[in-house]
Design a protein around this ligand. Structure first.
Ligand code: G3H
Ligand code: 13P
Ligand code: ZN
Length: 365
């Protein structure tokens, strides 16, 4: 099946009132796991990488300090891997840049072979956001690449009270933004938040989704809407990590609320944190069940250093070369790699079933 743009997948989702999970990866084996899971349930796969992830894939273990050159290398590596794998697959696959910060980084991943990008101008003024998004759209559309933009800022989820200085997306501006930029999809700020700590009483403002979609229909805009910061932070996983010596705290977006915004118009639901949690649980469990594997481990001490953390890029950093070239020689990594893939699959399968995307592979044009 082809390597196709996210636009095709999302248009189908919008028209059929389902949503697609979009899953963050930081190494090729995770992209492989997403495709394998989606093949099992005959569902299209959206694989996404944020800029720090590109730097990590490009070999920079302190990924927050990555250079454009390192990100370019990461983009080439992951695009080559995903394209080749997609060509052998029975499902449509797209590869998306998540939270692109500049025109240069969007251009770099398009040149490397990504078929979808996000330009995140949400921290800029409205006019500057429009200007930057337009520039990215001009380049991307010439190369057959779809563009996601963002309007409104994902803020704290506990300030449910509407205020005139709200950072929530203003649905009155959505049509104007689509018309001026010609972007394909738009991430809304409506109460979600990145990370594990979203508050234990999240109330999504689904009215923002409803009003945005209604305005778009009136204006005949063929766009789709996206939900960031949407991990559910399953409490069973948090509890399992903590029963294995962790000290993770967090609450996610309640599934019932995500299910309400899907028919209202959300077509893409971004999930990263849940994957980090599931992988961390699996690796903690491995060491708990195999104490003889602790001595000499290049992972164990880094993992145990911060009980409250679940950043696998930190505790897997000693193996980054092997992980990114996908040439697994170390005996420890040979045992850990299936646990990374299993964690990804647990989340991809759960989300795809809940969001209604199972079985859509053959219907997407
Ligand atoms: O929204 C951003 C994603 O969760 C990616 O995370 O910036 O740590 O790679 P990252
Ligand atoms: P979470 O942190 O809720 O997984 O959100 C991920 C995301 O929005 C990636 O763009
Ligand atoms: Zn995001």
């Amino acid at each position: 099946m082809p390597y196709i743009t996210t636009k095709n997948i999302l248009t189908y989702a919008r028209d059929n009132k389902i949503a697609h999970g979009a899953f963050n990866v930081n190494m090729p084996c995770q992209a492989e796991a997403i495709i394998e899971a989606c093949e099992e349930i005959r569902c299209a796969a959206i694989i996404q990488v944020a800029e720090p992830g590109l730097a990590f894939i490009g070999g920079r273990v302190d990924f927050l300090n990555g250079t454009l050159e390192e990100k370019k290398l990461g983009a080439k590596r992951i695009a080559k891997f995903v394209k080749e794998r997609a060509n052998k697959s029975s499902i449509p696959v797209s590869l998306h840049l998540d939270h692109g910060r500049s025109f240069e980084s969007c251009k770099a991943v398009i040149d490397a072979g990504f078929n979808s990008v996000m330009i995140d101008g949400s921290a800029l003024s409205y006019e500057e956001n429009v200007k930057l998004t337009k520039k990215v759209v001009n380049y991307a559309h010439k190369h057959g690449v779809s563009v996601e933009a963002e309007l409104g800022v994902l803020a704290g989820v506990e300030d449910h009270v509407f205020a005139t200085n709200s950072t929530y997306t203003n649905p009155l501006l959505v049509v104007d933004f689509f018309n001026k930029t010609k972007c394909d999809s738009l991430a809304l700020s409506y109460g979600t938040k990145h990370g594990a700590v979203k508050g234990d009483n999240v109330v999504l403002r689904k009215e923002i989704v409803i009003a945005s979609m209604e305005n778009m229909r009136h204006a005949e805009i063929d766009g789709t809407l996206v939900s960031h910061g949407s991990s559910m932070v399953p409490q069973y996983i948090v509890n399992e990590i903590n029963n294995l010596g962790g000290a993770v705290k967090g609450h996610g977006i309640p599934l019932e609320q995500l299910k309400e915004v899907i028919p209202a118009g959300i077509s893409k639901i971004n999930i990263d944190t849940d994957i980090r949690l599931a992988i961390t649980r699996n690796i903690r469990e491995y060491f708990a069940n195999n104490p003889d594997k602790i001595e000499g481990s290049k992972i164990y001490n880094l993992l145990m250093e911060k009980p409250e953390a679940f950043e696998y890029r930190y505790y897997l950093k000693e193996y980054n070369d092997e992980l990114q070239t996908n040439k697994i020689n170390s005996s420890e990594l040979k045992e850990i790699l299936p646990l990374i893939k299993k964690g990804v699959k647990e989340i991809v399968l759960t989300a795809s079933i809940e969001f209604g995307s199972v079985g859509d592979a053959n219907y997407i044009k």
